[in-house]
Design a protein around this ligand. Structure first.
Ligand SMILES: CCC/C=C/C(=O)SCCNC(=O)CCNC(=O)[C@H](O)C(C)(C)COP(=O)([O-])OP(=O)([O-])OC[C@H]1O[C@@H](n2cnc3c(N)ncnc32)[C@H](O)[C@@H]1OP(=O)([O-])[O-]
Length: 297
């Protein structure tokens, strides 16, 4: 049974998203029922017989987490969460070499306070939904994953990263002159422990795949071409556990962290707005964007 599920998920991953495929329409004879339920920047394909969806981020060029992208992401995630036929999600990227470049810097630069508040509330929502998902969530990290991209990966139950030495992952906020909020920090502490988080955050470290694996930031490294098939195989192992037992255990582990944000959600938004509107912070973001431009030449 598990082997069949792996094959189905593999086929789904190989085929990639197909625009216009809806319901059982477009099925090859004998193929598993597949549904494309994402749209625009988030391509989602659900293999109903395996109970597994692949969510492919496609906000090109770098999957930056803009307000529009996050909104689409949340809608797609909620659809899957409400679909009784979906038990697991593989989160991956359709952008070459990048899993996600993190929060869209342009959403934090020279905007109104109302915009910053709306943006931050949406970032919080993404974290709350993904971190608490009832589904098994596996990140197939097929590219670099700084800051918010690393946060998304850490929200998942299991992380598989491509062994490409050009890729890196970490919470590098301090390098931009900004500060990761307490719930980014808590998520990292829950993943790699207090001491490694303290060092990572203060220095804004971006880790190579072997370094990330060594500190437990990712669970497994695989050659790039094997990342999707490995994600499918790992998914079938996790789905072998009864959902209710796994879900209650996950909630027991994560609830205290989630409750901290829920208790301080409004003040966290206010903190973000007053922080990001400071002249010195706006200047830092400007300088960082200039640095990115210069690096491109
Ligand atoms: C308190 C808040 C907490 C904050 C959390 C965060 O997540 S903070 C976020 C921390 N994130 C980071 O520190 C990551 C910063 N980014 C990078 O390090 C690299 O871009 C890369 C490694 C992701 C890709 O390298 P590469 O050589 O393949 O690509 P490239 O460099 O040539 O960029 C292509 C285009 O994308 C643009 N763009 C890129 N990132 C962002 C962004 N986040 N946003 C918006 N735009 C972004 C870039 O300007 C360029 O635009 P253009 O000029 O063509 O219109």
């Amino acid at each position: 049974m598990a082997a069949v599920a792996v094959t189905m998920v593999r086929r789904l991953l190989r085929s990639g998203p197909r625009p216009g495929l809806c319901g059982a329409g477009g099925r090859e004879p004998g193929a598993a029922p597949r549904r494309a339920i994402g749209h625009g920047r988030v391509a989602v394909e659900l293999d109903s017989s395996a109970g597994v969806a692949v969510m492919k981020m496609e906000n090109l060029p770098v999957n930056s987490l803009s307000l529009d992208f996050l909104t689409e992401f949340l809608i797609s995630l909620e659809k899957l969460e409400n679909d009784r036929g979906c038990r697991g999600v593989i989160l991956t990227s359709g952008a070459p070499k990048i899993f996600s470049a993190g929060l869209d810097i342009m959403e934090m630069y020279r905007k109104s306070t109302e915009h910053y508040a709306e943006f931050w509330k949406t970032v919080q929502e993404m974290w709350l939904r993904l971190y608490q998902s009832n589904m098994v969530t596996i990140a197939a990290i097929n590219g670099s994953s700084p800051a918010g991209g690393c946060l998304m990966a850490m929200c998942c139950d299991y992380r598989i990263m491509a062994e490409n030495p050009k890729y890196s992952i970490g919470l590098n906020e301090t390098q931009l002159g900004i500060v990761a909020p307490f719930w980014f920090k808590d998520t990292m502490v829950n993943t790699i422990g207090n001491r490694a988080t303290e060092r990572s955050l203060e220095l804004g470290l971006l880790y190579s795949p072997p370094e990330a694996h060594k500190i437990g930031l990712v669970d497994q490294l695989v050659p790039e071409e094997k990342i999707q098939s490995t994600a499918a195989a790992v998914m079938s192992q996790w789905l072998a556990i009864p959902d209710h037992a796994r879900q209650i255990t996950k909630s027991m582990m994560r609830k205290p962290t989630v409750d901290r944000l829920l208790a301080h959600r409004e003040s966290d938004i206010q903190n973000f707005v007053s922080f990001i509107t400071k002249d010195a912070i706006q200047k830092s973001l400007h300088m960082y964007m200039e640095m990115l431009k210069q690096r491109r030449g």
